[in-house]
Design a protein around this ligand. Sequence first.
Ligand SMILES: NC(=O)c1ccc[n+]([C@@H]2O[C@H](COP(=O)([O-])OP(=O)(O)OC[C@H]3O[C@@H](n4cnc5c(N)ncnc54)[C@H](OP(=O)(O)O)[C@@H]3O)[C@@H](O)[C@H]2O)c1
Length: 217
Amino acid sequence: MVSKRSGTLEEIQENSSERHIMTLSILGAGNIGSALAGHFAKKSIPISIANSRGPASLEPLCKKLGSNIKAVELAEALQADMVILALPFSAVALLTDKTDWAGRIVIDATNAIDFPAFTPTDLGGKLSSEVVAELLPGARVVKAFNTLPAVVLGGIPEEAAGRRVIFLSGDDAEGRAAVGAVIESLGFAPIDLGNLAAGRSQQFGEPLVMRNLLLQA
Ligand SMILES: NC(=O)c1ccc[n+]([C@@H]2O[C@H](COP(=O)([O-])OP(=O)(O)OC[C@H]3O[C@@H](n4cnc5c(N)ncnc54)[C@H](OP(=O)(O)O)[C@@H]3O)[C@@H](O)[C@H]2O)c1
């Protein structure tokens, strides 16, 4: 399991009393999944990646990004300690019974959007991440990486003027700390908004979406 200590991803892993290396995976290898995989590759942080079509379909991406990015079957990716959801919001419901979600940290990068209107899906007053948390029972859901367009997210996180901001929110403080450490390790500046309800402003249709901000040193 993930250490209770906070810090960078490396510190969390090195301080872990169980000496357990936290495993990471990305579900989805489209715009957002590929952008994130690129950052893990640049920082030489091993991560697995999966889609619904199997590892062979991801060979070109993995070849381009290098050996730290490993294409796996969806079932294997679902076993990681920290799972990043980079797939359509509607696909999250398909994952409910695919693994035991209890205690697992899930980074929810999805947005619930109606196409082609490009408007927020009516979820009966619930936040999309609250719906995700209901769909993945026991998971420690942290919303992150959902506010920037993929082309911006995939760009350089550290500029001369500062580090690009990634907002996060979630009901589990330890989960938020672990996700913040991952965000730091990729070179971004995490801003922790608090619990899911407090993170409403980072949900699709709310003010923090599309805000490309730099945190000055
Ligand atoms: N694009 C953006 O700028 C942006 C920005 C912020 C947030 N988001 C959100 O991020 C999420 C992903 O967006 P995207 O633009 O990256 O979408 P995308 O390019 O369409 O990629 C979606 C990925 O999910 C995979 N996938 C679909 N159903 C799956 C399933 N049941 N199991 C496993 N993998 C599945 C797809 O691969 P296969 O079909 O081969 O399985 C594909 O690799 C969405 O919720 C979106 O709202 C997007």
